[in-house]
Design a protein around this ligand. Structure first.
Ligand SMILES: *Cc1c(COP(=O)(O)O)cnc(C)c1O
Length: 495
């Protein structure tokens, strides 16, 4: 038997408390050593002239193994979808299949240059054309641009297309209607495109209130920006009627399609009256996202908006593919070259690897997983809307708040159970929201473990609220000064 009191407490290894690489620096240390010169030495200043730098600043001087260990350790501090479930609602943190990566790294594609002549870019142009056709088919639209680099960028492109179209009809109009259950980027987009934002309220089911829409729609309104399914994971069941009301007054229906992972293979926005929409390839179509990396937010449109699409557009000319720049009614370019081509390859690989049946099954699994969680946690957490859930479920902290436990506290405690938190306090129409999106990636075993963790936290909220208020305990740092981090970030190390 061991006597626990005799076990000596070890000090924390540096790998659990990694400093800055600057702090490891010592003068003269190098990560390499070269063989002695066997040619005459050239004076740097003579060779480089005025561009030779006198002072290199405070660059860290470290050995190779220090560099390797430093960055390898830091990489283990991240939580990633490759570690475990990442239930961040609205963000669709699904697993990115490795086959997408393999395809995007094929020599001919990875090595292609955007300034390469068209006759030796036929393969790349074919990728753009095929992806365009597949996305147009999935959305039930007529044409598409792959240029926008993200969802919000797609929104801006889409609203500029609406504006250009309405202008061509004689009047760009003044306002854009946005429901209170919309994603936060929607009102920002409309304002950036020069429109006044008018709030549209939701009914008790979390859907657009039709009488309000009818009352607010008039010839001053350019259109409605509708997140569908909405940020509470609810499908707008009156979508056909909504489109009719808009169209009857000459307005357009914009659909924020970032949540298309709830619809792909099941319903096509073009069929239920949408005129223009964006997709998030970095959500629905399994391309990487987060960390400010490249995304892609294609915008699909109906025929009436096609002439205004950004240039260039891939066309067929004399049996070859070509880029067409001469489009007089185009809103112009929204992104350099043809958009984030690497994302286009990955998304196409994902679509083709799954095929129509696989894509439909993916959608069904995403919705099934969200509803499984909903069913198992109903009663444990408050469910503010009883409307059926699509790809995500939104609870509130109402039951826990009576013990002083807020959604942010529950999220912090969840970290101790090994899960990335869900989305906290969003959407705004649900006070104290817990927004959970498991995606289709998760197995029943992982979902059950998540559900058990959530139940355990709910139990702790009753029996030991103080424990939750100071969580997390299993991380390198615990509660941070979030306001300070946002308002007074320290982004520079000073010697
Ligand atoms: C993620 C998201 C966006 C914004 O997409 P970005 O690529 O982050 O700009 C817009 N709308 C909805 C509904 C989203 O979920």
């Amino acid at each position: 038997m061991t006597d626990n009191s005799k076990i000596k407490k070890v000090s924390t290894h540096i790998s659990q408390n990694e400093g800055l690489i600057f702090e490891k620096s010592s003068p003269g240390k190098k990560a390499y050593r070269l063989a002695p010169l066997d040619v005459p030495e050239v004076d740097e200043k003579q060779a480089l002239g005025k561009i030779a730098r006198e002072n290199l600043g405070n660059l860290p001087e470290v050995s190779e193994i220090e560099i390797i260990r430093h960055f390898t350790r830091l990489s283990t501090w991240n939580y990633a979808v490759d570690h475990g479930m990442y239930p961040l609602g609205s963000c669709t943190m699904k697993y990115n299949a490795r086959v997408n990566e393999v395809v995007s790294r094929l020599d001919g594609l990875a090595g292609a240059h955007p300034y390469q002549p068209e006759q030796i870019s036929q393969g790349s142009l074919q990728v753009l054309k095929t992806l365009s056709e597949q996305l147009v088919e999935i959305c039930g639209m007529d044409a598409i641009t792959l240029q926008p680099a993200a969802g919000a960028h797609g929104e801006l492109t889409g609203i500029l297309l609406m504006r250009a179209y309405l202008e061509s009809k004689g009047n760009p109009r003044k306002k854009v209607l946005i429901p209170d259950s919309a994603h936060g980027t929607n009102p920002a987009t409309a304002a950036m495109a020069g429109y006044e934002v008018e709030n549209l309220k939701s009914n008790a089911a979390g859907m657009v209130d039709l009488p309000s829409l009818e009352a607010q729609m008039n010839e001053d309104v350019a259109g409605l920006m509708l997140t569908n399914p909405s940020t509470i994971g609810v499908f707008e069941q009156q979508i056909g009627k909504i489109a009719e009301i808009l169209h009857s007054k000459g307005g357009l229906l914009y659909m924020d399609g970032a949540n298309m992972n709830a619809l792909v293979g099941k319903a096509r926005p073009g069929d239920f009256g949408v005129d223009v929409m964006h997709l998030n390839l970095h959500k629905t179509f399994s391309t990487p996202h987060g960390g400010g990396g490249p995304g892609s937010g294609p915008v699909a449109v109906k025929k009436i908006l096609e002439p205004f699409l950004p240039t260039p557009v891939v066309v067929e000319k004399n049996g070859k593919l070509a880029l067409e720049y001469n489009r007089p009614r185009s809103i112009g370019r929204v992104r350099m070259f043809y958009g984030n081509f690497g994302m286009h390859i990955r998304a196409l690989a994902y679509i083709m690897a799954n095929g129509p049946d696989g894509l439909r099954l993916t959608t069904e699994d995403a919705v099934l997983n969200a509803n499984y969680i909903r069913k198992k946690l109903e009663g444990v957490f408050d469910l503010p809307y009883s409307t059926p859930s699509m790809h995500e479920v939104v609870f509130s902290d109402k039951l826990q708040a009576k013990n002083g436990i807020k959604t942010g506290d529950i999220a912090k405690r969840l970290i101790d159970y090994g899960f990335h938190p869900y989305t906290v306090s969003f959407p705004m129409i649900v006070h104290g929201a817990l927004m959970i999106e498991p995606t289709e990636s998760e197995s029943k075993e992982e979902l059950d473990q998540f559900i058990e963790a959530m139940k355990a936290v709910a139990e702790e909220a009753e029996t030991n609220p103080e424990l939750i208020k100071n969580a997390p305990y299993n991380t390198r740092v615990s509660r941070m000064d979030e306001t300070g981090a946002a308002r007074k970030p320290i982004l520079r190390w000073k010697p």
